[in-house]
Design a protein around this ligand. Structure first.
Ligand SMILES: Nc1ncnc2c1ncn2[C@@H]1O[C@H](COP(=O)(O)OP(=O)(O)OP(=O)(O)O)[C@@H](O)[C@H]1O
Ligand SMILES: [Mg+2]
Length: 229
Protein backbone atom coordinates (compact mmCIF):
# COMPACT_ATOMS: atom_id res chain seq x y z
CA UNK A 1 0.00 0.00 0.00
CA UNK A 2 1.28 3.52 -0.83
CA UNK A 3 2.28 5.61 2.19
CA UNK A 4 0.16 8.72 2.75
CA UNK A 5 2.31 11.71 1.74
CA UNK A 6 3.14 13.94 4.67
CA UNK A 7 4.23 17.14 2.95
CA UNK A 8 4.42 18.93 -0.38
CA UNK A 9 7.69 17.28 -1.30
CA UNK A 10 6.21 13.82 -0.77
CA UNK A 11 3.19 14.78 -2.86
CA UNK A 12 5.50 15.97 -5.68
CA UNK A 13 7.49 12.70 -5.56
CA UNK A 14 4.30 10.64 -5.62
CA UNK A 15 2.96 12.65 -8.59
CA UNK A 16 6.22 12.16 -10.48
CA UNK A 17 6.11 8.44 -9.75
CA UNK A 18 2.50 8.23 -11.01
CA UNK A 19 3.47 10.15 -14.15
CA UNK A 20 6.41 7.83 -14.76
CA UNK A 21 4.15 4.77 -14.42
CA UNK A 22 1.60 6.33 -16.79
CA UNK A 23 4.29 7.00 -19.43
CA UNK A 24 5.61 3.42 -19.07
CA UNK A 25 2.06 2.02 -19.41
CA UNK A 26 1.41 4.17 -22.50
CA UNK A 27 4.73 3.18 -24.07
CA UNK A 28 3.93 -0.49 -23.50
CA UNK A 29 0.46 -0.12 -25.01
CA UNK A 30 1.94 1.76 -27.98
CA UNK A 31 4.42 -1.08 -28.51
CA UNK A 32 1.64 -3.71 -28.28
CA UNK A 33 -0.50 -1.80 -30.80
CA UNK A 34 2.44 -1.52 -33.20
CA UNK A 35 3.05 -5.28 -33.03
CA UNK A 36 -0.65 -6.01 -33.62
CA UNK A 37 -0.79 -3.66 -36.61
CA UNK A 38 2.31 -5.18 -38.20
CA UNK A 39 1.46 -8.86 -37.63
CA UNK A 40 -0.45 -9.40 -40.90
CA UNK A 41 -3.74 -10.48 -39.26
CA UNK A 42 -6.70 -8.07 -39.34
CA UNK A 43 -7.31 -6.60 -35.88
CA UNK A 44 -10.94 -7.79 -35.66
CA UNK A 45 -9.95 -11.37 -36.52
CA UNK A 46 -7.08 -11.33 -34.03
CA UNK A 47 -9.36 -9.95 -31.32
CA UNK A 48 -11.96 -12.66 -31.93
CA UNK A 49 -9.57 -15.64 -31.55
CA UNK A 50 -8.22 -15.82 -28.03
CA UNK A 51 -7.28 -18.50 -25.51
CA UNK A 52 -10.21 -17.28 -23.40
CA UNK A 53 -12.84 -18.14 -26.00
CA UNK A 54 -11.14 -21.37 -27.08
CA UNK A 55 -13.14 -24.31 -25.76
CA UNK A 56 -10.74 -26.89 -24.39
CA UNK A 57 -11.63 -30.54 -24.89
CA UNK A 58 -9.85 -33.92 -24.79
CA UNK A 59 -8.71 -33.58 -28.40
CA UNK A 60 -7.12 -30.14 -28.12
CA UNK A 61 -6.02 -29.98 -24.45
CA UNK A 62 -2.46 -31.09 -25.17
CA UNK A 63 -2.07 -28.33 -27.79
CA UNK A 64 -3.69 -25.72 -25.54
CA UNK A 65 -1.40 -26.69 -22.63
CA UNK A 66 1.70 -26.71 -24.83
CA UNK A 67 1.00 -23.09 -25.76
CA UNK A 68 0.38 -22.22 -22.10
CA UNK A 69 3.79 -23.47 -21.01
CA UNK A 70 5.76 -21.97 -23.91
CA UNK A 71 8.25 -19.39 -22.69
CA UNK A 72 9.72 -16.46 -24.63
CA UNK A 73 13.23 -17.78 -23.97
CA UNK A 74 12.37 -21.03 -25.82
CA UNK A 75 14.15 -21.23 -29.14
CA UNK A 76 11.60 -23.67 -30.56
CA UNK A 77 8.02 -23.21 -31.64
CA UNK A 78 5.00 -25.52 -31.91
CA UNK A 79 3.59 -27.26 -34.98
CA UNK A 80 -0.11 -28.13 -34.81
CA UNK A 81 -1.16 -31.11 -36.83
CA UNK A 82 -4.80 -32.01 -37.41
CA UNK A 83 -7.81 -32.16 -39.68
CA UNK A 84 -9.76 -29.19 -40.98
CA UNK A 85 -11.73 -27.14 -38.46
CA UNK A 86 -10.24 -28.54 -35.25
CA UNK A 87 -8.96 -25.13 -34.11
CA UNK A 88 -5.35 -24.96 -35.30
CA UNK A 89 -5.52 -21.44 -36.72
CA UNK A 90 -7.60 -20.29 -33.74
CA UNK A 91 -4.82 -21.41 -31.40
CA UNK A 92 -2.17 -19.70 -33.54
CA UNK A 93 -4.09 -16.41 -33.51
CA UNK A 94 -4.66 -16.73 -29.75
CA UNK A 95 -0.94 -17.21 -29.31
CA UNK A 96 -0.25 -14.15 -31.45
CA UNK A 97 -2.38 -12.08 -29.06
CA UNK A 98 -0.23 -13.38 -26.24
CA UNK A 99 2.97 -12.56 -28.15
CA UNK A 100 1.79 -8.96 -28.59
CA UNK A 101 1.05 -8.73 -24.85
CA UNK A 102 4.57 -10.02 -24.18
CA UNK A 103 5.84 -7.39 -26.66
CA UNK A 104 7.29 -10.04 -28.97
CA UNK A 105 7.18 -9.00 -32.62
CA UNK A 106 5.14 -11.66 -34.42
CA UNK A 107 4.31 -12.12 -38.10
CA UNK A 108 1.66 -14.40 -39.61
CA UNK A 109 1.65 -15.93 -43.07
CA UNK A 110 -0.48 -18.53 -44.68
CA UNK A 111 2.14 -20.69 -46.40
CA UNK A 112 0.79 -20.55 -49.94
CA UNK A 113 0.30 -16.77 -49.64
CA UNK A 114 3.87 -16.53 -48.43
CA UNK A 115 5.22 -18.17 -51.57
CA UNK A 116 3.04 -15.92 -53.77
CA UNK A 117 4.27 -12.89 -51.84
CA UNK A 118 7.90 -13.92 -52.20
CA UNK A 119 7.47 -14.57 -55.92
CA UNK A 120 5.92 -11.13 -56.39
CA UNK A 121 9.07 -9.74 -54.82
CA UNK A 122 11.00 -10.68 -57.98
CA UNK A 123 8.95 -8.28 -60.08
CA UNK A 124 9.30 -5.23 -57.83
CA UNK A 125 12.74 -5.99 -56.42
CA UNK A 126 11.39 -6.50 -52.91
CA UNK A 127 12.24 -10.19 -52.59
CA UNK A 128 15.19 -9.74 -50.22
CA UNK A 129 13.30 -7.32 -48.01
CA UNK A 130 10.31 -9.69 -47.79
CA UNK A 131 12.46 -12.73 -47.14
CA UNK A 132 14.52 -10.89 -44.51
CA UNK A 133 11.36 -9.94 -42.66
CA UNK A 134 10.31 -13.60 -42.46
CA UNK A 135 13.82 -14.67 -41.54
CA UNK A 136 14.36 -12.19 -38.75
CA UNK A 137 11.01 -11.52 -37.07
CA UNK A 138 11.07 -12.57 -33.40
CA UNK A 139 8.18 -15.03 -33.80
CA UNK A 140 7.04 -16.37 -37.19
CA UNK A 141 3.69 -18.13 -37.62
CA UNK A 142 3.24 -20.21 -40.78
CA UNK A 143 -0.29 -21.50 -41.21
CA UNK A 144 -1.17 -24.47 -43.45
CA UNK A 145 2.21 -25.79 -44.45
CA UNK A 146 1.95 -28.67 -46.91
CA UNK A 147 -0.97 -27.27 -48.91
CA UNK A 148 1.28 -25.76 -51.58
CA UNK A 149 2.37 -27.89 -54.52
CA UNK A 150 6.01 -28.66 -53.78
CA UNK A 151 8.61 -27.46 -56.26
CA UNK A 152 12.37 -27.07 -56.13
CA UNK A 153 11.98 -23.33 -55.62
CA UNK A 154 9.52 -23.76 -52.73
CA UNK A 155 11.78 -26.29 -51.03
CA UNK A 156 14.81 -24.07 -51.45
CA UNK A 157 13.04 -21.05 -49.93
CA UNK A 158 11.59 -23.08 -47.06
CA UNK A 159 15.01 -24.53 -46.39
CA UNK A 160 16.67 -21.11 -46.35
CA UNK A 161 13.97 -19.65 -44.11
CA UNK A 162 13.87 -22.47 -41.55
CA UNK A 163 17.62 -22.91 -41.52
CA UNK A 164 18.18 -19.21 -40.86
CA UNK A 165 15.63 -19.14 -38.03
CA UNK A 166 17.01 -22.29 -36.39
CA UNK A 167 20.58 -20.98 -36.61
CA UNK A 168 19.50 -17.69 -35.07
CA UNK A 169 17.39 -19.37 -32.38
CA UNK A 170 14.19 -17.66 -33.54
CA UNK A 171 11.01 -19.67 -32.87
CA UNK A 172 8.66 -20.64 -35.70
CA UNK A 173 5.08 -21.81 -35.18
CA UNK A 174 3.27 -23.85 -37.80
CA UNK A 175 0.07 -25.67 -38.60
CA UNK A 176 -0.66 -28.41 -41.08
CA UNK A 177 -3.46 -30.67 -42.25
CA UNK A 178 -0.89 -33.26 -43.33
CA UNK A 179 0.13 -36.24 -41.24
CA UNK A 180 3.86 -36.72 -40.60
CA UNK A 181 3.82 -39.35 -43.34
CA UNK A 182 2.12 -37.01 -45.85
CA UNK A 183 4.55 -34.20 -45.04
CA UNK A 184 7.49 -36.51 -45.59
CA UNK A 185 6.00 -37.59 -48.92
CA UNK A 186 5.51 -33.96 -49.99
CA UNK A 187 8.66 -32.29 -48.74
CA UNK A 188 12.32 -33.22 -48.92
CA UNK A 189 13.81 -34.81 -45.82
CA UNK A 190 16.07 -31.76 -45.38
CA UNK A 191 12.89 -29.72 -44.82
CA UNK A 192 10.93 -32.13 -42.63
CA UNK A 193 14.02 -32.66 -40.50
CA UNK A 194 14.35 -28.91 -40.04
CA UNK A 195 10.66 -28.51 -39.23
CA UNK A 196 11.25 -30.98 -36.42
CA UNK A 197 14.19 -28.94 -35.20
CA UNK A 198 12.19 -25.72 -35.41
CA UNK A 199 9.00 -26.87 -33.66
CA UNK A 200 7.56 -29.56 -31.40
CA UNK A 201 4.69 -31.37 -33.07
CA UNK A 202 1.35 -31.58 -31.26
CA UNK A 203 -1.67 -33.32 -32.72
CA UNK A 204 -5.09 -31.69 -32.45
CA UNK A 205 -7.97 -34.17 -32.60
CA UNK A 206 -11.66 -33.50 -32.81
CA UNK A 207 -14.53 -32.77 -35.11
CA UNK A 208 -14.76 -29.93 -37.60
CA UNK A 209 -15.97 -26.95 -35.55
CA UNK A 210 -17.15 -25.29 -38.76
CA UNK A 211 -20.04 -27.81 -38.81
CA UNK A 212 -21.07 -26.70 -35.31
CA UNK A 213 -20.80 -23.02 -36.29
CA UNK A 214 -22.90 -23.76 -39.38
CA UNK A 215 -25.56 -25.59 -37.33
CA UNK A 216 -25.79 -22.75 -34.82
CA UNK A 217 -26.38 -20.31 -37.69
CA UNK A 218 -29.23 -22.48 -38.91
CA UNK A 219 -30.65 -22.39 -35.36
CA UNK A 220 -30.44 -18.59 -35.32
CA UNK A 221 -32.24 -18.35 -38.68
CA UNK A 222 -34.89 -20.83 -37.51
CA UNK A 223 -35.60 -18.90 -34.30
CA UNK A 224 -35.83 -15.61 -36.27
CA UNK A 225 -38.28 -17.20 -38.72
CA UNK A 226 -40.27 -18.62 -35.78
CA UNK A 227 -40.51 -15.08 -34.35
CA UNK A 228 -42.05 -13.90 -37.62
CA UNK A 229 -44.96 -16.17 -36.72
N1 LIG B 1 -11.99 -25.34 -29.44
C1 LIG B 1 -12.56 -24.30 -30.06
N2 LIG B 1 -13.17 -23.34 -29.35
C2 LIG B 1 -13.76 -22.29 -29.97
N3 LIG B 1 -13.80 -22.13 -31.31
C3 LIG B 1 -13.18 -23.07 -32.06
C4 LIG B 1 -12.53 -24.19 -31.49
N4 LIG B 1 -12.03 -24.95 -32.48
C5 LIG B 1 -12.32 -24.31 -33.62
N5 LIG B 1 -13.02 -23.19 -33.38
C6 LIG B 1 -13.56 -22.25 -34.38
O1 LIG B 1 -13.91 -23.04 -35.51
C7 LIG B 1 -13.52 -22.39 -36.72
C8 LIG B 1 -12.52 -23.27 -37.45
O2 LIG B 1 -11.34 -23.36 -36.66
P1 LIG B 1 -9.88 -23.13 -37.28
O3 LIG B 1 -9.97 -22.16 -38.41
O4 LIG B 1 -8.97 -22.78 -36.17
O5 LIG B 1 -9.60 -24.58 -37.82
P2 LIG B 1 -8.27 -25.18 -38.46
O6 LIG B 1 -7.89 -26.34 -37.64
O7 LIG B 1 -7.28 -24.10 -38.63
O8 LIG B 1 -8.82 -25.69 -39.87
P3 LIG B 1 -8.09 -25.73 -41.32
O9 LIG B 1 -7.14 -26.89 -41.27
O10 LIG B 1 -9.21 -25.97 -42.28
O11 LIG B 1 -7.41 -24.43 -41.53
C9 LIG B 1 -12.95 -21.05 -36.30
O12 LIG B 1 -13.98 -20.09 -36.37
C10 LIG B 1 -12.52 -21.27 -34.85
O13 LIG B 1 -12.55 -20.06 -34.12
MG1 LIG C 1 -6.53 -23.13 -40.32
Amino acid sequence: MNAIPENNEDIQVQKLEELREKVLRENKQHQINKIRQACNVPENLLKSKTFLNFRVNDGNKKAFDTFSVWEPTDTWGIMLQGNAGVGKSHLLYAFMNKCAEMQLAVFFMNCSDMFDMLKSGYTDNSFEEKMDRLKDVEVLVLDDIGVEKPSEWIEEKLFQLLNHRITNKLPTFLSTNCSQKDLKARLHERITSRIKEAAVVVTVDGSDMRNKIYESRLDIIKSRIDKLG
